[in-house]
Design a protein around this ligand. Structure first.
Ligand SMILES: Nc1ncnc2c1ncn2[C@@H]1O[C@H](COP(=O)(O)OP(=O)(O)O)[C@@H](O)[C@H]1O
Ligand SMILES: [Mg+2]
Length: 312
């Protein structure tokens, strides 16, 4: 359904854009219908940049993004509008998605105006009520309120309710539960599972390894813009090949091991484009080998399980 082919994003930074920051480096992945694919990595690894490119909020520097076989970046206005009927995004901070001076349910009226102007208001209201029930909200409690009168979890569910109003096939969910408390978290994540049951796809972006494990059919481990390893979560976590994956797993709490503080948040900087030929992880890798760590490529180490490291 969604395919990324060698997608690269270089941000120009420094005086007159003198430096090229390699935020995403030749990333290829796909999200088939009815699957949840998690992008996991520390902050600064390029996850949000990928999400934004999929939503066409920014354009890739090179590479192609295909949705149902069509290149997202070649879509004209009409095709793009159709695209947004099928592809939507939800982000970390639900409050920032709303204009505080308008009632929160205005987003539903905006959807009607853009996509379903011919649906009579009465019928539309009924659709909204049904969509809210799908995301576990009581319409009486949440309609006609201003954003500040709703909780983060309620607002986040409002945003996800769009999925049930539009014909959404793919949801880009970027750290959508980071700001929610534990019980609301589970409720919001359950909606994603529901979407998957209906045959929808989710690109689930998180820095939380255990969330990725719990939810996804496939997990993509990213470091400094590049894919280090990917495959089914049981495989990738059960038999990690890349030292970075192993390192991340070390940081996850288990019943036997005490919480060591989650994924350490080491300086969120992307690689400079001139350092492209060497493994991103080289500087931190205990197994660094000068000749073998040049320009690693993803290889299938076991069926469906890929890693960009010479070690096995
Ligand atoms: N608009 C921008 N201009 C310049 N650099 C950016 C911009 N957006 C993100 N970056 C940089 O790109 C890298 C990847 O960022 P991001 O995609 O937000 O990572 P993540 O979501 O994994 O934390 C970071 O080094 C970040 O500082
Ligand atoms: Mg991010």
């Amino acid at each position: 359904m969604l395919e990324l082919k060698e997608v690269t994003k270089v941000y120009r930074v420094g005086a007159f854009g003198s430096r090229g920051l390699l935020a995403v480096d030749r990333v290829s992945l796909d999200v088939p219908a009815g699957t949840i694919v998690s992008l996991v990595g520390e902050s600064g690894s390029g996850k949000t940049t990928i999400g934004k490119m999929v939503l066409r909020l920014i354009r890739p520097t090179s590479g192609r993004i295909l949705f149902e076989g069509r290149d997202v970046n070649l879509m004209g206005k009409r095709k793009l509008k159709h695209y947004y009927r099928k592809v939507q995004g939800v982000f970390q901070d639900p409050f920032s998605s709303y204009n505080p001076i308008f009632k929160a349910d205005r987003i539903f009226w905006m959807i009607r105006r853009s996509f379903f102007p011919k649906v009579p208001p009465r019928d539309w209201e009924q659709h909204v009520v049904e969509a809210l029930k799908e995301v576990g909200l009581n319409p009486k409690e949440v309609l006609n309120k201003f954003p500040h009168q709703l909780s983060g979890g309620q607002l986040q569910r409002f945003l996800i309710a769009r999925v049930f109003l539009l014909d959404v096939k793919l949801l880009v969910a970027d750290e959508i539960v980071s700001m929610l408390d534990a019980s609301t978290r589970v409720e919001v994540l359950d909606i994603l599972l529901k979407l998957r049951e209906r045959g929808g796809g989710v690109l689930f972006i998180t820095h939380d390894l255990s969330l990725g494990y719990y939810l996804s059919d496939r997990i993509v481990i990213m470091y400094q813009g590049a894919v280090m390893e990917y495959g089914p979560p049981e495989e990738v976590f059960g038999n990690p090949v890349h030292p970075y994956t192993a390192f991340l797993l070390e940081a996850v709490p288990t019943l036997e091991r005490k919480w060591k503080g989650g994924i350490p948040n080491i300086a969120g900087t992307a690689a400079d484009i001139k350092d492209r030929d060497i493994c991103r992880y080289a500087a931190r890798c205990p197994h660094y080998n000068e000749s073998r760590c040049r320009d690693p490529v993803l290889e299938e180490v076991r069926p469906g399980h890929w890693a960009a490291c010479w070690r096995r």
